[in-house]
Write a protein that binds this ligand. Structure first.
Ligand code: SF4
Ligand code: MG
Length: 333
């Protein structure tokens, strides 16, 4: 089937200016050649330490900033290309929910109005937009009679995040990007909102891109998981394979760093320690080589390509992976 989203060699560098003339002194390699697909109806999780570029990927996909290179294809149409899909249309079909539920709602607007705002801005008559808002508040578990007239400060964090989800759904998106959307919530509230997201996805035929630093949550919600390190994809594959049989030393170190509820999980890898290197000047070759317990000479000399040594759907970028069968060089995934 045609993927809902295809991203090819997406790239974004942030210039750092300095000196009296404000010249570009250096560039942060925030997203450096990232490629992946998202199938209709699936949840792709994106994990990695802060600064790995996962939030920048989200912002690029929404075109909240322009990429420096690469292409993005949404349901068969190239974004912002001639004959493709416009950024304006893309922004209706892709919606985003952020971590900071408080600051994304207008404090002076009752929440029903906040949910109705987007559709009204697109020309829906007020009565219809308000009816839709009531329906959506109900769908996210907030009785519209009780909650519709409340202001954000009268709601808990979990309730505010439900309103944000309703607000995103009001534009009938096909892809919902959740960037640390449950990370600020208490564990019990987080579980409720995650359950809600699963129900909504089934109910409304949604597709999710779920970005989080929390590997446990990502495992629970994702069909496939993509691991990023210093602006690059180091591993991608089905959730159960990533968690049971990670191929990349960074993924294994991340998993070892996470407090586990499952004592059977593999623990032969030491947890990842120290901070990631400066993304202004990423290490040559494999970017993980400065922290990798398995690094050899080739690792700092050549950048490993994503490849598979088994299931074609499970790819990792590591020189020490068993030799690929039939795959070599850059693999489309
Ligand atoms: Fe470690 Fe080398 Fe593999 Fe990079 S390529 S993850 S440094 S073993
Ligand atoms: Mg982030």
């Amino acid at each position: 089937a045609q993927p809902l989203l295809t991203v090819n060699v997406l790239r974004k560098y942030f210039p750092i200016r300095g000196g009296a003339l404000g010249r570009v002194r250096a560039k942060v390699h925030a997203v450096d050649g990232v490629s992946f697909t998202v199938q209709k109806g699936e949840t792709l999780g994106i994990v990695g330490e802060s600064g790995c570029g996962k939030s920048t990927v989200a912002r690029l996909l929404m075109r909240l900033m322009a990429p420096d290179g690469g292409e993005q294809i949404f349901d068969g149409d190239e974004v912002a290309a001639q004959g493709g899909i416009s950024v304006r249309d893309l922004r209706r079909q892709v919606q985003m929910v952020f971590q900071d539920s408080a600051s994304s709602l207008n404090p002076r607007m009752p929440v029903q109005g906040s949910v109705a705002f987007g559709p009204m801005a697109l020309g829906k008559p007020k009565a219809e937009a308000m009816a839709l808002a009531r329906e959506l508040l109900g769908k996210v578990g907030l009785n519209p009679v009780l909650f519709g007239g409340r202001y954000p400060h009268e709601l808990s964090g979990g309730q505010k995040q439900r309103v944000n989800i309703a607000r995103a759904l009001a534009l009938s998106p096909r892809l919902l990007i959740l960037d640390e959307a449950v990370s600020a919530l208490d564990k019990s509230v987080e579980a409720q909102v995650l359950n809600l997201l699963q129900l909504l996805k089934r109910d409304m035929g949604l597709t999710y891109l779920f970005i989080s630093h929390d590997l446990g949550v990502v495992r629970w919600i994702s069909d496939r998981v993509m691991v990023m390190y210093l602006g690059e994809v180091v591993e991608i594959g089905p959730s159960e394979q990533i968690y049971a049989d990670a191929k990349h030393p960074y993924t294994r170190a991340l998993l070892a760093s996470k407090p586990s509820m499952n004592p059977d999980e593999r623990r032969e890898e030491p947890p990842v320690t120290g901070d990631p290197p400066n993304p202004v000047n990423p290490p040559a070759g494999c970017r993980f080589h400065t922290r990798c317990p398995h690094a050899e000479a080739v690792c700092s000399a050549r950048a490993p390509q994503l490849g598979s040594n088994g299931a074609a759907a499970h790819l990792a970028a590591c020189h020490m992976q068993e030799p690929a069968s039939g795959h070599s060089g850059a693999v489309r995934h």
